[in-house]
Structures are given as C-alpha cells and as structure tokens.
Design a protein around this ligand. Structure first.
Ligand code: HH2
Length: 276
C-alpha cells in the first residue's frame, strides 16, 4: 500500500492508520444533523476533533443517508464554504464530502485537499475538477442513489462487484490524469447494502487492500451497528470501535468516524499490540 496520500499541498502519512473526523454542516444527517449548522460551532467542533487526533476533517453539506433528498449546489456551498475558509490554520487535511463538481471546485479553492465522493467522481465534470486541482480523492462504492438505495440492494458476489467497480473508477481517474498517489478507495458500508452485504465486505476487506491503494472505511454509528447491537444511533460507539479495529487489522488505512477521541485511543492501543 502507498504509505501516503498526496492531498495537494499536504502529504498525508499513512504508515499507520489515521482517523478522519466527520463534520456534517447539514440539518438532517443521520447522527449529527443540525448540530453544526452554525459556522462558529462547526469550526469549534473541527478544532476539537483535530486536538483529539484526527488527521483529516471531512466536511459535508448534503446528507447521503438512505432516503435523503438532494441539496442544490448553491445551498451546499452556502453551508460549507464559510467553514472550510476558517479551517486553513488547522494542521489537518480538509476533505469535502460532495458529489457535485461545482462544490468540489469551490471547496478546493477554499483550501480543501481531498474530495470524498460517495459517487466516485461519476458526475459529469467531477474527474476534471479533481484532476485540475492536485488534490486527492476518495472513491466510494454505492449501489443506486441515496433516495432509494436501501430498497432492494442486490449482488451476486458483493466483494467481487465492489472491487471491480472501484478498479474501474481508479482507471477512469488515471485516464483523467489523477495519479494513484492521489487516490483512496472505500467499499461504502450501508450505501445500497444489506447487513449481510456489509459483513461480507468487512470479511473481504483484504481483497480491496490488495489493490495497493489506501482503503477508507466509514462504519461509525451506522445502522448495521444498530442491527448487531440493538443500540440507537447515540449509543453505537463501542460497536463502531469493534468494526474499526477489525478493519485496520484487515489493512484499512483511514477510519472515518464521528467519535474521534475513542477511535484514536482504540487505534493507538491496537497499534501497540500489532507492532506498528
Ligand atoms: N458515509 C457517509 C457519508 N460519507 N464517505 C465515505 N467515504 N465513506 C462512508 O462510509 C461515508 C461517507 C454517511 O455518514 P454521515 O456523513 O455521518 O451521514 P449523512 O450522510 O447523513 O450526512
């Protein structure tokens, strides 16, 4: 695996697994919706996650939870740009969680170094927006669209299909001029997947790690943890940590989470045993 990710002006060291802290500047995200709509509160939360040990802050202005409506680009930009502009002083990579090329371009101009796209840069113009910037991209697998993706997700072999999709998107990126040192991949837990699909992908993570690209996992507070533990969304930290440790043990390089401090602690403890 590449031991780093080239995020424009910043090189993210991935010799050890790192934590990406989630900051949703939205009214309706599934676990932190409405909490950080005020830019001042969002900036405070970003600074807190940074202090707790996040290496990346992932800012989103559109929820992609199952059933979520899409948000116009100007509204998404109105939510996130004032926040991104105020985070440049933090010693972290700023990531923008968006599917829209115009939002990508504006966020990259404002200082973001990573585009985290749940649609893997499939929107017309998205590949070009990232290619022109020098920033990194995380390519995520999703079957369907957020509005309907959990209705009847279906695969013959989920791990093989997700892997093939991501390889295809990596090729598209390379053809557009985005080198592999700027790419990470993510199987997209919960994005058009049943509990069984998610579990199969967790067991199959080493097959994605084989690609040589850094693998990101986003499991934090998701409904699969609710299904496995019986806990509501506010009580899923322990379940999320168990899955995060499984993922890094399988070779994942980036853990996307709302719960930075416990995740950083869990990874540090795991690392001491694993010898990293
Ligand atoms: N999950 C969410 C959003 N973005 N990006 C990547 N790469 N991987 C993920 O698993 C992932 C993601 C959903 O979580 P969240 O942002 O907390 O919720 P919402 O979409 O409701 O804002």
């Amino acid at each position: 695996m590449s031991a780093w990710l080239d995020c424009g002006g910043r090189r993210l060291d991935l010799a050890r697994p790192v934590v990406m802290g989630v900051l949703n500047v939205t009214p309706d995200s599934f676990s932190d919706g409405g909490r950080y709509l005020d830019p001042g509160l969002a900036v405070e939360q970003a600074a807190r996650m940074c202090e707790e040990g996040a290496a990346i802050i992932d800012i989103g202005g559109e929820s992609t939870r199952p059933g979520a409506p899409s948000v116009p680009a100007d509204e998404e930009m109105r939510r996130i740009l004032p926040v991104i502009g105020r985070l440049a002083r933090l010693p972290v990579v700023i990531s923008v969680d968006t599917r829209k090329p115009e939002v990508m371009r504006a966020a990259l101009d404002a200082g973001a170094g990573l585009v985290n796209d749940v649609a893997a840069l499939r929107a017309p113009g998205a590949l070009e927006a990232v290619a022109a910037s020098g920033a990194a991209a995380c390519l995520m697998h999703m079957q369907g669209e957020p509005a309907s993706m959990q209705r009847e997700p279906a695969y013959v072999d989920v791990v093989t299909e997700v892997k093939a999709f991501l390889e295809d998107r990596v090729q598209a990126c390379r053809a557009a001029g985005i080198g592999t040192g700027r790419l990470a991949i993510d199987p997209g837990f919960g994005f058009g997947k049943t509990l069984e699909h998610n579990l199969a992908l967790l067991r199959g993570l080493p097959r994605l790690v084989e690609s040589g690209l850094p693998v990101m996992v986003g499991l934090s507070r998701k409904s699969m943890i609710g299904a496995l533990s019986g806990r509501p969304v506010g009580e899923r930290v322990a379940g999320g940590l168990a899955l995060a440790l499984w993922a890094v043990q399988s070779g994942a390089a980036i853990v996307r989470t709302h719960d930075v401090r416990p995740t950083v602690d869990a990874l540090a403890t795991w690392l001491a045993v694993s010898g990293g």
